[in-house]
Design a protein around this ligand. Sequence first.
Ligand code: CA
Length: 229
Amino acid sequence: MGARILVVEDEAAIQDLIALNLNQAGHDPHLAPDAQSALEHVRDSLPDLVLVDWMLPGMSGIDLVRRLRAQERTRQIPIIMLTARVEEGDKLLGLESGADDYITKPFSIRELNARIKAVLRRRAPQMTEDQVKFKELTLDPSTHRISVGDTEVNLGPTEFKLLHFFMTHPERVYSRTQILDHVWGDHVFIEERTVDVHIRRLRAALEPSGADRLLQTVRGAGYRLTALP
Ligand code: CA
């Protein structure tokens, strides 16, 4: 499953190279030439991962990372910093500012892909192809299959993503806005009741197996996948 990756880089040649590579790896790249446009982008649509160049015109990459880490909504976004070799001594500063990892330029495409994969696995498991199990539910992103015990369950693509998100983030309540951010990547143009519609469909699909009991409505707060009755 491809990740929405925001690439914040002012050098057009590097931006193109990264975008091309991310597309080939099945991701969905979005480009921002500076920190200001990156912040505007994030305000509308939450990416699954941000690649930030250290040296940017205006606000630096480090300050952008600090801004993202300071806000509740963007605090958890996985971030990888791109640094030039001359800044290597400042790597610690990059990690202390809140980046999850850094890559030194020039980097190979293979290294970029490996780092993205590792950071997503650690920080956004719903974006990886790893099989997930929760109680009697098993979800396999690579084959797009869900089973409850031995019985296969058929879900539409949105319900699949929704269940994948909940299974990788169990026992936590998510508001409709947070669910839109994480599953749809957009909390501005999509109405909150869209979430309710897809939760209803997901529950209906799980109901024959009884697994719909795992997906709870938390009044006034949102939804939660839980093993507790
Ligand atoms: Ca730069």
